[in-house]
Write a protein that binds this ligand. Structure first.
Ligand code: SAM
Length: 251
């Protein structure tokens, strides 16, 4: 279980919102173009974090449920989508990605920014896939950091590119094991000008991509392919060579 703490959630909401904002329109275009996208306009945003991806779909008229383990990340998700929460179009719940149930069925389930690499092992990922399969009408789209990508974590990085944040990351991955670790020491400027410090250590589990695909097929998904975010429709044949790969599973 890796639920981000309060200081890290603030830093995340300030610094790392851009990824979800960038991928959300591409996923939406992919889904809307498919005939399945016209049927059920309910989305499940699994490991929704601070809710920027959810907000994009809400603005486009979708109903969105966001699930995350961290109450602190959910605090920002709710803040960022307050009017939609108040109108009932959005709903954010605290939960575990490998153990959840909903009565509602979702047209599309999304999990972005290597959130599923945060699961403990293959068994947890399989349980997550089972939970998704039970609530998903058509399509499941998620990304994973690959072994190739996680090899790049093995370094120290100092990011002072913004006035609002200062971030030191120390990554460790031996290139062979099943977990890559990242320790972040961050400072984020509060409204009163004082910088708040946070420390967070998290791992990414290194999933074997063939095994991921086989597990999805075994659980009943009709088609599964790997893709790049710019072309979610186009299968790629060497996913392990990518740093980050998107998985598209359809019923
Ligand atoms: C890298 S963030 C991604 C957030 C968001 N999807 C985005 O694109 O910005 C990973 C998120 O996964 C959540 N998380 C980690 N392990 C989880 C679990 N087992 N169940 C549910 N959420 C989890 C964390 O709290 C965090 O919000």
């Amino acid at each position: 279980m890796q639920a981000y703490g309060p200081g890290f959630a603030r830093l995340y909401n300030t610094k790392w919102h851009g990824f979800a904002e960038q991928v959300a329109p591409l996923i939406e275009t992919f889904f809307a173009a498919a005939s399945m996208g016209r049927e059920n306009k309910s989305i499940l945003d699994l490991c929704c974090g601070t809710g920027q991806l959810a907000r994009h779909f809400l603005e486009k008229g979708y109903r969105v449920t966001g699930l995350d383990l961290s109450e602190h990340m959910l605090h920002y998700a709710i803040e960022n989508a307050r009017s939609y929460v108040e109108s009932g179009q959005a709903n954010f719940v605290r939960g575990e990605a490998s153990r959840f149930v909903f009565e509602e069925r979702f047209g599309l389930v999304i999990s972005s920014y290597d959130a599923l690499n945060h699961l403990e092992n293959e068994q947890a990922l399989r349980s997550c896939f089972e939970c998704v399969h039970a609530v998903c009408d058509t399509c499941f789209v998620f990304d994973l950091n690959t072994r190739t990508g996680l090899n790049r974590w093995n370094r120290v990085n100092i990011d002072d590119s913004s006035e609002d944040t200062f971030v030191i990351t120390r990554g460790h991955y031996d290139g062979e094991g099943d977990k890559a670790w990242n320790t972040v020491t961050g400072f984020v400027r509060l409204p009163n000008g004082v910088y708040e410090r946070c420390d967070e250590t998290a791992f990414n589990f290194v999933f074997d991509l063939d095994a991921v695909k086989n597990t999805l097929l075994e659980l009943g998904w009709k088609s599964v392919h790997f893709a790049r975010i710019e072309e979610l429709n186009t299968p790629i044949s060497e996913p392990e060579n990518e740093q980050r790969v998107w998985i598209v599973a359809s019923k």
